[in-house]
Design a protein around this ligand. Structure first.
Ligand code: NAP
Length: 457
């Protein structure tokens, strides 16, 4: 292992950027220099893809230094948001109320754990938790760990813990394509250079952003893209060359196209799953019992800890919050056919309510930080009109929203996500929900609101 198949396989059809960015055609998920605010570059990232604690420390530090942290009311769950007499009335779970002229729902998409409908989940006597509700009090060292799922989350967990646990069982329902991607550390000299020359850091960020925009994010919305074929070839080579046991290799071989599901980026997953203490279980799960997972072949896989890396309920967004717009229209009613929003930001009849990382946005294949920055700049242009008194209420018109929705459904047919696999990108009707155009188009759309598409009062 340890080869940069992305580079070797010639996937690099893009113009080379600085050395750190070459070969960076897909995100694993997003390089740290791109997963940073444009106005707060960080010269001190330790790696191309820095660990979670470092990322959290960066965001907390930025929030503190910009005076944001002190304005946050922590531990508050908003339960109701109603548009009454031209303003939003907000209620929280502890009974507090507040009033706002404008509400920005920045709740995002990947945050409501999806628990699998597997019989007996409550019978398990060991520790069991969803990956997004990790119980850090549960020791893993020397214990028998089971992981359900093979999404990006599960794959990263496998590599991170396989050397710590006594036994690891990965319960796979669907095999995944795995794109190898190295994660080099930045040297002290590089970090010093970034600190002394902010213009180099700025250029690096811009180059990575351009590689993404021209590369992977363009490819996923064009199922015929040669880059997708090159990625598939690189993933296949990774599988052929790095999984020694032919039986295991076939179990790990997907029967759909690479990037149809969210592409897995990992330099070490195949190594990890071939460790003597690791086992890939492809037999379906029958039920969970007090001492482990019973598969359909009757085998009981005894476990001490069970991690459910089973993804998220991606249609929830700010729900279960009760949101009531104009004329008593509820969000449940507006979204009865599934969540949708004009340009991912505004919902008809929900005036002065705007979303960041809402439905139909470019999620999953780009830096959500960049997405949120662009969306916020767009929203603030609308807010400024309200603040200046040009209008009191602004929400996307039904006509513009219907047009946007029809266009994005049509465009979705040409994306790789429509090429024949099951994934969280698909809605209940099998239509990809994600932004089906290029990132450049998104950036262009976010430059300035088309006011004719809004109902202004
Ligand atoms: P996911 O991609 O939705 O994967 C869920 C996994 O659970 C799938 O393998 C699914 O199998 C399996 N599963 C669900 N229900 C099951 C059941 N009843 N029995 C057996 N298996 C079951 O979720 P995720 O891995 O948490 O990733 C979600 C998204 O978060 C990613 O696509 C990515 O956008 C983001 N993410 C980002 C990073 C990062 O480093 N930036 C890391 C992790 C995740 P099937 O495939 O058969 O449905």
């Amino acid at each position: 292992m340890g080869r940069d198949v992305a580079r070797e396989s010639g996937v690099g059809v893009l113009p080379p950027g600085p050395s750190q960015a070459v070969g960076l055609l897909v995100d694993r998920d997003v390089p740290s220099h791109l997963y940073s605010y444009s106005f707060e570059p960080n010269p001190d990232w330790s790696h191309r893809f820095s660990p979670g604690a470092e990322i959290q420390a960066y965001f907390e530090d930025v929030a503190r230094r910009h005076g944001v942290a002190e304005r946050i009311r922590f531990g508050q769950e908003v339960t109701r948001c109603a548009f009454e007499d031209g303003r939003w009335r907000i209620e929280t779970a502890d009974g507090a109320t507040d009033v706002g002229d404008v509400v920005i729902a920045a709740t995002g998409v990947l945050h409501h754990p999806s628990l699998p409908a597997i019989a007996g989940l409550d019978d398990f006597q060991g520790a069991a938790f969803h990956s997004a509700r990790w119980d850090h009090d549960v020791p893993l060292a020397g214990r028998r760990l089971g992981i359900v799922g093979t999404g990006s989350t599960a794959i990263q967990i496998v590599s991170a813990v396989v050397d710590e646990v006594a036994e690891l069982s990965l319960f796979q329902r669907t095999a995944q394509w795995v794109m190898p991607q190295e994660n080099p550390a930045y040297t002290d000299a590089e970090r010093a250079e970034f600190r002394e020359h902010p213009e180099i850091l700025k250029e690096l960020r811009e180059n990575i952003s351009r590689l993404f925009a021209d590369g992977f994010s363009k490819a996923v919305v064009d199922a015929d893209s040669p880059l997708l074929q090159a990625i598939q070839d690189a993933c296949r080579a990774n599988l052929e060359e790095n999984v020694r046991n032919p039986e295991l290799r076939e179990k790990l071989r997907p029967d759909y196209r690479a990037a149809c599901k969210r592409l897995i980026i990992s330099a070490d997953f195949y190594d990890a799953i071939q460790r003597p203490n690791a086992r890939l279980v492809t037999e379906g799960i029958e039920r969970i019992e007090k001492s482990g997972v019973r598969t359909r072949d009757g085998h009981l896989h005894e476990l001490d800890v069970l991690v459910l890396a089973t993804g998220f309920r991606v249609d929830r967004f700010m729900r279960p919050m009760e949101v009531i717009g104009r004329h008593g229209t509820t969000l449940e009613q507006a979204w009865q056919d599934g969540p949708t929003a004009y340009l991912s930001i505004s919902i008809p009849d929900f005036p002065n309510l705007f979303m960041l990382n809402g439905p139909n946005g470019p999620v999953g294949n780009f830096s959500l930080i960049d997405v949120a920055e662009l969306q916020l700049a767009y929203v603030l242009q609308l807010v400024e009109r309200i603040r200046a008194g040009t209008c009191r209420e602004l929400s996307a018109s039904h006509e513009a929203t219907d047009r946007f929705d029809a266009d994005r459904r049509e465009a979705a047919k040409h994306t790789i996500w429509s090429s024949g696999c099951q994934s969280w990108y698909l809605d209940a009707h099998g239509v990809p929900m994600a932004w089906p155009w290029t990132f450049d188009r998104f950036r262009e759309e976010m430059r300035q609101p088309r006011l004719a598409d809004f109902d202004a009062v």
